[in-house]
Ligand binder design. Structure first.
Ligand SMILES: Nc1nc2c(ncn2[C@@H]2O[C@H](COP(=O)(O)OP(=O)(O)OP(=O)(O)O)[C@@H](O)[C@H]2O)c(=O)[nH]1
Ligand SMILES: [Mg+2]
Length: 358
């Protein structure tokens, strides 16, 4: 950009100013740590505070999709995750509404505020998935929805008068609910994850883990991991996107031990040892949702919200959306007439960071 240059400069003079492409350094640049006692304080570290203030002002989008057969506890789990009624539970639906003839996609938005930070949360429900007699290709409407959101974003991005902040409706995370059968994954589970893991961040979870014994749960988890591996299905966080050794160590633990998270959901509170806890009351006692001895809900919550939320958004932007964008621009002929992107020079999408504060 010509920021700071006098406007009267000629093109020739301008071209002199264009710097030669810088050769790549033979060795990676080493960070220099500044000794504040010697040089005085510069203030580089205030960027964190500046980013915090900006995010506080604008908030951020997070879009989470839930997929799995009817009644597996999808709505209950998202309500448990966000400690609010962000998804309608099955009991409040009438029967006709409950079993749609095809997979329907329903997106409901909420604003959740905590500690002064606003999250614009959208829960995307997929009623009807896996509920038909013939479930062949029932992942297609879901893939279509995900791609439509990428297309919307791309159209906004190439718009001449584009918005300062492009509304982000892209799916950042897809929780896939596996039925707690204790046997193996169903062909439908494999089919769905095989197709969709290339377009969205899939996090598999074993639903209603309270219906299994500890041994059954541990065996089932191992079997599911093995089956996913044998079928070449990658789930989030994918190995190839680990950025450094720290990421790798942290994510390997999740991939090899926690996945798929065996969870229990509930929006009811009970009194246990003088404390109010979210739980499920059974004749044998209370299953505490956030107690790690009872289930892995707390691990999933920490993973999705407390440690990997920003990464989920970045992988969506830098990997899945980028793949869609590149493909779309390559086979431009596939666009409807008049809506092609031909002739439009696309602005470069920054590799990182993805827009956090929107
Ligand atoms: N045992 C057990 N039951 C659960 C759990 N989570 C939810 N349920 C119960 O399962 C039933 C269905 O829960 P929902 O959350 O509505 O399930 P859903 O997957 O959203 O159902 P659809 O919207 O119809 O697809 C309700 O009676 C819940 O109370 C769980 O972790 N364990
Ligand atoms: Mg539901």
């Amino acid at each position: 950009m010509s920021k700071g240059l006098p406007e009267t400069r000629t093109d020739a003079a301008m071209s002199e100013l264009v710097p030669e492409p810088r050769p790549k350094p033979a060795v990676p640049m080493k960070p220099i740590s500044i000794n504040p006692n010697l040089l005085g304080y510069i203030g580089i570290d205030t960027i964190i505070e500046q980013m915090r203030k900006k995010t506080m002002k604008t908030g951020f989008d997070f879009n989470i999709m839930v997929v799995g057969q009817s009644g597996l506890g999808k709505s209950t789990l998202v309500n448990t995750l966000f400690k609010s009624q962000v998804s309608r539970k099955a009991s409040s639906w009438n029967r006709e509404e409950k079993i749609p003839k095809t997979v329907e996609i329903k997106a409901i938005g909420h604003v959740i505020e905590e500690g002064g930070v606003k999250m614009k949360l959208t829960v995307i429900d997929t009623p009807g998935f896996g509920d038909q007699i013939n479930n062949e290709n029932c992942w297609e409407p879901i893939e279509k929805y995900i791609n439509e959101q990428y297309e919307k974003f791309l159209k906004e991005e190439v718009n001449i008068a584009r918005k300062k902040r492009i509304p982000d409706t892209r799916v950042h995370c897809c929780l896939y609910f596996i039925s707690p059968t204790g046997h193996s994954l169903r062909p439908l589970d494999l089919e769905f994850m095989k197709h969709l893991s290339k377009v969205v961040n899939i996090i598999p979870v074993i639903a209603k883990a309270d219906t299994m014994t500890l041994e059954e749960k541990s065996e089932f988890k191992q079997r599911v991991r093995k089956e996913l591996e044998v079928n070449g299905i990658e789930f989030y966080p994918q190995k190839e996107f680990d950025e450094d050794l720290e990421d790798k160590t942290e994510n390997d633990k999740i991939r090899q031990e926690s996945m798929p998270f065996a969870v229990v959901g509930s929006d009811k509170e009970y009194q246990v040892n003088g404390k109010r806890v979210l739980g499920r009351k059974t004749p044998w006692g209370i299953i505490e949702v956030e107690n790690l001895n009872h289930c892995e809900f707390a691990l999933l919550r920490d993973f999705v919200i407390r440690t990997h939320l920003q990464d989920l958004k970045e992988v969506t932007h830098n990997i899945h959306y980028e793949t869609y964008r590149a493909k779309r621009l390559n086979d431009n002929g596939g666009l409807p007439p008049g809506e092609g992107l031909l002739g439009i020079v696309l602005p470069p999408v920054p590799a990182t960071p993805c827009p956090t504060a929107e």
